[in-house]
Design a protein around this ligand. Structure first.
Ligand SMILES: Cc1cc2nc3c(=O)[nH]c(=O)nc-3n(C[C@H](O)[C@H](O)[C@H](O)COP(=O)(O)O)c2cc1C
Length: 346
């Protein structure tokens, strides 16, 4: 048995009789498939519960998701296993809460609207991996941790502390938000996922088959920041947008980490520490992207990688060989006090 509950919005406003038409058609089909449930329509929203044999419910929900008559399909809950039908006698009972006069409908309507709003707010604050779990109707808090291979990317603004000491608070916030916006957008466009922001640092991951994407994302961010600097006026905080990247690959533990007060769905492991240390190395190597040997071996594109030699990373017992890509965009990295002074006084 499976039960799926979701909310959606009609693609264009629908009259009661149009919804009734959909419902009549659904009832016929649901009877044949032994699917039961309830369909509510209120304030321009659908709320539907479908229950029946697991495979049939999955198949129907996949079709419903694709149905062009509604959009923003948000799965609120997915239950399966040893559960009983809640609506055994309803092949698809339809209620229009807008036209119904029952007083009880008002609080139900409010409740459903606030669920939808809460989901939309959570969506803005939550990382995609967690949202994906929530949108499948599953509870991320119950997901056990798992060991997976990941490419970890650390991106950190250069000289952020010194620059922010000089700037007005609003300018610092505007600069940081511009960096976070640009980098997270590019990282997700290349198939990566931002795990968290740590001050002026972005931590993200890619699956191990996306090494080329991870490196391309770094170059794309470098180029976007360069554009920002080039078009920034002499007083604009955007002229300080410059960033270093560390890329490492390895097994990590992905899952819920935290306490009963606050939990993060995040990743931990050696590769995370190495990526962070590599990012710090960009200042020493004076190249804006530094990566480890494992990433070099995962890259399949036509990249020219230059070995910097074996370097001792802070907290690591053995020195590891590190590389930077020989690329025209990588040449612009400068972190010396002289370069900073030049940038500040320009
Ligand atoms: C809000 C909404 C609820 C729906 N509920 C059902 C349902 O309970 N059962 C059903 O067979 N189709 C339902 N449909 C219609 C399906 O999306 C789909 O059009 C239908 O299953 C026919 O698919 P087919 O012609 O590709 O087989 C619903 C559509 C909408 C917009």
């Amino acid at each position: 048995m499976k039960r799926i509950t979701y909310i959606s919005r009609p693609s264009s406003p629908m009259t009661d009789s149009e919804v009734q038409e959909i419902n009549a058609y659904c009832c016929e089909r649901n009877i044949a498939q032994q699917i039961t449930g309830v369909l509510l329509y209120f304030c321009g929203l659908f709320f539907q519960t479908l229950e029946g044999e697991e495979e049939k419910v999955d198949r129907l929900f996949a079709k419903i998701r694709q149905d062009k008559r509604h959009r923003d399909v948000l799965c609120l809950k997915m239950e399966s296993g040893n559960i009983e039908r809640m609506f055994p006698d309803w092949s698809m009972k339809y209620f229009n809460l807008d036209t119904s006069v029952d007083l009880l409908n008002r609080p139900v309507r409010l409740l459903l609207q606030s669920i939808l709003e809460s989901h939309q707010i959570i969506g803005r604050y939550t990382q995609p991996a967690v949202l994906q779990i929530i949108n499948q109707g599953l509870n991320p808090l119950t997901m056990p941790p798992r060991k997976v291979e990941r490419i970890i990317l650390f991106a950190d603004l250069v000289n952020f502390s010194s620059v922010s000491e000089m700037l007005e608070v609003e300018d610092t916030a505007a600069m940081l938000n511009r960096f976070l916006e640009i980098s997270s957008k590019i990282i997700s466009d290349f198939g990566g996922e931002v795990t968290k922001f740590i001050g002026d640092c972005v931590m993200a991951y890619f699956s191990p088959d996306l090494a080329d994407n991870a490196l391309s994302a770094c170059l794309c961010i470098i180029s976007a920041l360069q554009e920002q600097r080039d078009s920034a006026g002499p007083a604009s905080p955007m002229r300080f947008l410059r960033c270093g990247f560390g890329l490492a690959q390895g097994m990590v533990i992905e899952g819920n980490m935290g306490s009963s007060v606050k939990t993060d769905y995040t990743i931990i492991g050696d590769a995370v520490n190495i990526a962070s240390r590599l990012e710090a190395m960009t200042r020493k190597v004076r190249k804006s992207v530094v990566l480890c040997e494992k990433i070099k071996n995962s890259l399949s594109g036509d990249w020219k990688l230059v070995s910097v030699g074996k370097l001792q990373l802070k907290g690591k017992e053995n020195a590891i060989e590190i590389f930077y890509p020989d690329h025209e965009l990588i040449g612009d990295f400068a972190d010396s006090p002289a370069a900073l002074f030049e940038a500040l006084s320009s």
